[in-house]
Design a protein around this ligand. Structure first.
Ligand code: LLP
Length: 417
């Protein structure tokens, strides 16, 4: 099961995460709730840093903060020595509030507004990742200082992952195409800019990727653009994680090795290597806990369990057909004897979190745990059906801390005039 390393069981057989009893967490903080192992997030950050530092000093690991835009997560990764990738003014505001050195902030976005460019300008953000010709002109107009810039290139590589999370192909809303010559044109344009200092290239070919070859091919493709100005190569994120028992993604060290070797092969010694992991830093560190509220058996058809969350706290099954495992918190080791479908509480038939999972005689009141929901769960949470968003709870060595409180019913009206 894709649980954090520090997962165990209490003397009474309850699931524990980073020393905290999950049944107690549910009783104390309520459900649904997002639970994270802080040790796991730190461990994965360290794995990335160690994998690079044994090879070079010229690297940065950026936390792709869209995966978990929570101030405490920004703070944790800033303290761990990571840099950060922000994709909007909102993420930038959180990164600054959490204390990231602006020099270590990389600003993304395929349609940055004047207001966002003004914010990055006045807050001293180190690097902008340029995405379009219109944006280059907007920067010339809005920026008051010279800012380091990377050009985002779509290298024409399509990894095997859900089409919604493929981003490296020419037919993409992101970046400058390699095949159609726009990347080369963008380089020429930025080299003559008054406000942008071209320092290198960026590419991100997609997310939840298990193969390693596409990353190498992407570096090879980028190398056709290289010039003296190219001192930085930002290779994006994308390393897949385990969601299901049978998933076996590459380990971080091998993935870093591969990217590092590809850069040395195609760009030589003198480039600084950046990567932007999101999912692989926080995905398996997080899990969602729910309470089962109804069990509906339709004889000869199926049994539905309804939990007190659903598509408002985890859109991934509906959006990408994502699949998950589940256990019951007070008997996680017990084998499943009942095949069920886990449904949410929303007014949509498609609000299904898991189809056909075997659980040990699940009943009303049981705490259901879905692992590997740490990335893009909270990040894409919404208030459909007036559902308040769950709290985020960080656990470390037996101490649980609420880092984002549960939304209240009143919060739902806090912006209504
Ligand atoms: N860098 C850039 C420019 C990105 O667009 C992304 C993710 C990342 C880094 C981080 O990629 P990761 O290491 O997490 O694969 N909501 C989708 C994932 C969308 C990813 C968007 N970009 C999901 O839940 O699967």
């Amino acid at each position: 099961m894709p649980f954090p390393l520090k997962t165990g069981s209490s003397p009474s057989g309850h699931l524990t995460i980073d020393g905290c009893d999950v049944v107690e967490l549910a009783a104390t903080f309520g459900t649904p709730a997002y639970i994270f192992s802080v040790s796991e997030m730190k461990r994965r950050a360290t794995e990335y840093l160690d994998a690079f530092s044994s090879r070079t000093d010229a690297f940065e690991v950026l936390f792709a903060s869209k995966a978990l835009p929570v101030t405490a997560a920004y703070r944790l990764f800033a303290d761990a020595g990571l840099s950060v990738d922000v994709a909007s003014g909102g993420e930038l505001t959180m990164a600054l509030a959490a204390g990231f050195d602006p020099d270590r902030i990389y600003m993304h976005g395929n349609n940055k507004t004047d207001a966002e460019i003004e914010l990055l300008d006045r807050s001293g953000v180190g690097t902008i990742v340029l995405d379009s010709f219109d944006e280059i002109e907007r920067c010339e107009r809005v920026l008051s200082r010279k800012v380091d810039a990377l050009i985002r290139v779509t290298p024409g590589i399509k990894p095997s992952t859900h089409s919604f999370i493929q981003t490296g192909q020419l037919d993409s809303k992101f970046g400058f195409g390699l095949e159609d010559g726009s990347a080369a044109k963008a380089i020429e344009r930025v080299l003559s800019s008054e406000k942008l200092e071209l320092t290198g290239l960026h590419c991100h070919i997609g997310s939840q990727i298990f193969e390693t070859e596409p990353f190498r091919l992407a570096v090879e493709a980028l190398a056709t653009l290289k010039g003296d100005w190219c001192r930085v190569l930002d290779l994006g994120g994308g390393l897949g994680i385990q969601y299901l028992e049978e998933d076996s993604p590459p380990v971080i060290a091998d993935y870093v090795d591969l990217k590092f070797a590809a850069v040395r092969e195609f760009f030589g010694e003198d480039v600084r290597i950046l990567i932007e992991p999101g999912r692989s830093l926080v995905g398996t560190a997080g899990l969602t806990i729910y309470t089962i509220g109804t069990v509906k058996e339709i004889p000869g058809v199926r049994t539905y369990l309804a939990v007190d969350g659903g598509m408002s706290d985890n859109l991934r099954p509906m959006l990408y057909g994502a699949e998950y495992e589940a256990v019951i918190a007070d008997r996680p080791e017990t084998g499943g004897d009942t095949a069920v479908t886990v449904a949410g509480s929303h007014c949509e038939s498609g609000d299904i979190l898991i189809r056909d999972v075997a659980l040990p005689s699940p009943g009303v009141g049981d705490v259901l745990v879905i692992p590997a929901t740490g990335a893009y769960g909270y990040a894409m949470a919404n208030n459909y059906n007036g559902m308040p968003r769950p709290p985020v709870i960080f656990c470390e060595d037996g101490i649980a801390e609420v880092v984002v409180r549960r939304e209240s019913w009143d919060d739902l009206m806090s912006r209504d005039q």
